[in-house]
Design a protein around this ligand. Sequence first.
Ligand SMILES: [Zn+2]
Length: 140
Amino acid sequence: VDTVSKKVRSLNMAAIKSGNTTPEKMVRQLIYKNGYRYKLHKKDLPGKPDIVLTKYKIAIFVNGCFWHHHKGCKKAHFPKSNIKYWKDKINRNVLRDKENYKDLKKLCWNVLIVWQCQLINTATIERKLIKKLESYKKSS
Ligand SMILES: [Zn+2]
C-alpha cells in the first residue's frame, strides 16, 4: 500500500464519515433554510456549478480542499510521495477552476466558492454565505 492512495482514501473516508450528508448537501440545506431556492449542476454553465440561484445569477461551487487546492489549508497538503504527479494534477484542476470562474463572470454570474473545511463551523459559513447572497440579491 503506498502512501498516496492511503492519503486519498482517508480523504474520501473523511468525506463519507462526516455523517450521511455531503458538503454540497450541507450548503444546499443552509441556503434552503434561509429561503433561497436553487438548481443543481447546471450543465450549460462553465464548470457545472454545484448549486445555482438562477434568479440572482449566483453560481456556487462546493470545493474539496485537496482537489481544488485551498491555499494555506491544512487539508490541501500534497501527499509525501509522488509529489510531482499530484502537483501537476492539482494545478490542472486549479487552472481549470480559474478559467471556469472567469467565464462565468464574463456571463455576468456571481461566483461563490465554499471550501469543504469551512463547513466544519456551520454557523460561521451560514452567516458568511447568507451575507454574500443578500449582497448579490440587492445588486441584481
Ligand atoms: Zn480548506
